[in-house]
Design a protein around this ligand. Structure first.
Ligand code: GRF
Length: 223
């Protein structure tokens, strides 16, 4: 499977995917890293790894989202792309584009969806007082951060966590989860039933949820 990774910035998930895909037997080839910003730091990382890169600036297409996406698809065609992986790609995609890539486009989102769609997920998780937070890899549907969930990793929210500490703990899991989920999809080990992702291999369901350590027992007296 020839994969395009779409980025807008740092590209740490992209780097994790590149590392995983370099291993023998990984079922996907990263054939293109495309950014909608020429100053995305991830582009240099991809170039250093010898992966073809492209820039399609979204700014000139502000009032022509379809034109922007068609320009990206011209790059996909040039590189024989079969699957698209969004990795910190900060553009909302049109319904037309999403449908053309239906079940062939994945995203990673830094929350346990369907909680905390959108931006600032870590701050909102802290404000809500959730005890578990995490990340999700999902197939892309027209609604922002919607679509069949392929894999999730949970992390505990710890006393004293601030946004940066929580984000770092989640990001560590993102870098493990995304390569695993992409491999699962690229090797045909998932099928979609009633818009839910299920394992197409017996016994594989649940392989893409991270096991958490059991919580410590609660103290018997109040602190
Ligand atoms: C990650 O937290 C990802 O979940 C979200 O955007 C961030 C991108 O970070 N979609 P990076 O560019 O992969 O480092």
């Amino acid at each position: 499977m020839r994969v395009a990774i779409l980025i807008s910035g740092r590209g740490s998930n992209m780097a994790a995917l590149l590392r995983a895909a370099a291993a023998p037997g990984y079922p996907a080839t990263i054939a293109l890293v495309l950014s909608n910003r020429a100053d995305a730091a991830g582009l240099a990382v991809a170039q250093a790894a010898g992966v073809p890169t492209a820039v399609v600036e979204s700014r000139p297409f502000k009032s022509d989202r379809d034109g922007f996406e068609r320009a990206m698809e011209a790059e996909f065609a040039r590189h024989g792309i079969e699957l698209v992986a969004l990795a910190g790609f900060m553009r909302v995609l049109t319904e037309g584009f999403v449908e053309r890539w239906r079940d062939r486009m994945v995203n990673i989102h830094p929350s346990l969806l369907p909680s905390f769609r959108g931006l600032d997920t870590h701050a909102r998780a802290l404000a809500a007082g959730v005890k578990l937070h995490g990340c999700t890899v999902h197939l892309v549907r027209p609604g922002v951060d919607e679509g069949p969930i392929l894999a999730q990793a949970a992390v505990p929210v710890l006393p004293g966590d601030d946004e940066a500490a929580l984000a770092a703990r989640v990001l560590e899991q993102e870098h493990i989860l995304y390569p695993a989920a992409l491999a699962w999809l690229a090797s045909g080990r998932v099928r979609i039933e009633a818009d839910v992702a299920v394992a197409a291999v017996p016994g594989a369901q649940g392989a893409l949820a991270n096991p958490l350590p059991a919580p410590a027992p609660l103290p018997t007296t109040a602190a």
